[in-house]
Design a protein around this ligand. Structure first.
Ligand code: ZN
Length: 260
């Protein structure tokens, strides 16, 4: 009997527990159920909305992304191209490009340009490098503006042959192939040891970038290569001489090759 009672009690309590659990489950399922379902539906809608938004954003970003990627590729290509182009001059000796450029200039406008130099007459060639000529014209304007009587000259440009034969009159004479006159970058001004205004003339020349040779060669003024972007004195002479050999200067002042 005791055992049966105990069994009944256990059975009843077990039933009760199940019932309680069921009621608890039912109550816990029913009451939140009414709240959870709309929440779930809302969450689903939100998720769908988010998904749609994400797909739109991803598409846009994808478009931009590919655009950006293309731009990046392009921008990557551009620097690589510019690097290539910047590498090419590095690979190709930079001296070649100016030489080609200068040779083209020799064939075209030429290095030597005629300029009126009082006292420099045929068979001499009253000419200067075109850039030095421009500097001289500006110097002359300044000289004229200060009321200095016109200058007279003995030499501007010289050919190599003229440099070999030139009578320097006791002044320093450069070895043929090394004279600034052969580059068309020098002027010899007469009477610089006699003129009272020689100091004033020198000052104006120097002001315009000319180098005065000093007492060893008082008539001589020249323009240095760095003033006009000619890095090599020897190359500058070569180019000027080549221009003369091709028939320059072409404005009608051309003298002979060896005439003094
Ligand atoms: Zn000279």
């Amino acid at each position: 009997m005791l055992i049966n009672r105990k069994r009944k009690h256990i059975f009843n309590s077990w039933i009760d527990n199940i019932f309680k659990v069921k009621t608890l489950d039912l109550s816990s399922n029913k009451e939140p159920g009414f709240i959870i379902i709309p929440i779930i539906v809302a969450i689903v809608f939100i998720l769908i909305f988010c998904f749609v938004l994400l797909t739109v954003v991803v598409k846009n970003n994808g478009g931009d992304g590919t655009g950006v990627a293309k731009q990046k590729d392009e921008s990557n290509n551009l620097p690589s191209k510019t690097q290539d182009s910047s590498n090419n001059p590095d690979k190709a000796p930079s001296s070649n490009l100016p030489d080609k450029y200068d040779e083209n200039q020799d064939l075209g406008s030429g290095y030597l340009k005629c300029v009126e130099l009082n006292g420099v007459n045929f068979p001499r060639t009253p000419a200067l490098d075109r850039r030095v000529r421009q500097i001289w014209l500006e110097t002359k304007q300044d000289i004229d503006a200060q009321g200095i009587p016109p200058l007279r000259f003995s030499w501007g440009f010289r050919t190599n042959c003229q440099q070999i034969n030139v009578d320097s009159g006791g002044n320093t004479k450069a070895e043929p192939g090394t004279s600034p006159h052969e580059a068309g970058r020098a002027l010899d001004v007469r009477d610089m040891t006699r003129r009272n205004d020689a100091g004033q003339i020198r000052a104006i020349f120097v002001k315009h970038g000319w180098h005065w040779a000093g007492i060893k060669d008082p008539p001589h003024f020249d323009i240095k290569g760095y003033t006009v972007g000619e890095p090599s004195h020897a190359d500058w002479i070569r180019k000027a001489q080549a221009d003369f050999e091709r028939g320059g200067p072409r404005e009608g002042c051309r003298g002979t090759t060896c005439g003094q």
